[in-house]
Design a protein around this ligand. Structure first.
Ligand code: G3H
Length: 254
């Protein structure tokens, strides 16, 4: 019964909002762990939220991952696209190119009929390279745009899955194990309490950037991400969460 389904999801959205302590939750039906097309539905729901928050001038910072790639995949020309500037929140992450923030940012901007600026740096940096690169005018400019973002759209991942996918060093895998990291988002690893246990030294979006006055949209679904979602929002910034039924049901069970 369709109507019953819809009201069931609406009900879960309310519950999840309360449990996670965030301003809005959108749940699409299905579980993206089982049906990858559910990611596209989350992508569409994310774009609808973006449209609601688009103002006269917009800088939209985006991160990487397969979920953000689905947002880019589903993107369409946005009404006020003339004033849209998409900026990549992350450098190259040791991910496949289609999952990298730069690729996603360019694709999203092109489909939305907006402009884009990319971050041409490796994501993991030594202290020395970090200091040198941060002085580069072209990089400085992109960083300024990231800090001025009016909307941030990012994914949340399971800590171990993300570390493995990015070919992280054994030391990080061990740390994830011993300190019980469960969530990952934009290079930060979080434990059950939402405490940061590791952070990749990176030029790009920082956790602090999400606490200022801006719209933050997190897109993450699938039953396997329930723990990560719950942990991330323990301390995480007030956000709009776009998720799926698989993740939502599991978070409410935890
Ligand atoms: O940064 C990437 C996200 O944390 C998760 O990636 O959307 O492929 O699961 P995903």
């Amino acid at each position: 019964d369709m109507m019953k389904d819809v009201s069931g999801l609406k009900d879960m959205e309310k519950q999840l909002k309360a449990v996670l302590g965030i301003s809005n939750v959108i749940i699409v039906s299905g579980d993206s762990d089982q049906y990858p097309l559910v990611k596209n539905e989350m992508g569409l729901a994310c774009i609808r939220e973006m449209e609601r928050y688009i103002n006269a001038e917009n800088i939209i910072a985006v991160t990487g991952g397969t979920t953000l790639a689905a947002v880019a995949e589903m993107m369409y020309p946005l009404k006020k696209s003339r004033d849209l500037l998409f900026v990549s929140g992350r450098g190259g992450l040791g991910e496949q190119v289609e999952n990298q923030a730069n690729t996603i940012c360019a694709k999203m901007a092109t489909k939305a009929e907006g402009r884009y600026r990319l971050l041409h740096v490796p994501d993991q940096l030594s202290e020395e390279s970090y200091q040198t690169l941060i002085e580069e005018p072209s990089i400085h400019e992109v960083l300024h745009l990231i800090h001025s973002a009016t909307i941030v759209v990012h994914g949340i991942g399971d800590a171990r899955t993300m570390a493995l996918r990015r070919g992280s060093r054994q030391s990080l895998l061990t740390k994830i194990e011993t300190e019980n990291a469960v969530a990952e988002a934009f290079g930060y690893f979080f434990d059950h309490c939402g405490k940061v246990i590791h952070k990749v030294k990176t030029i790009g979006l920082q956790l602090d950037n999400l606490y200022d006055d801006r719209t933050v949209i997190a897109v993450a679904g699938g039953k396997s991400k329930a723990k990560a979602i719950k942990a991330y929002f323990k301390e995480g910034p007030n956000s709009i969460l776009v998720t799926d039924e698989g993740a939502a049901r599991e978070v409410l069970k935890l």
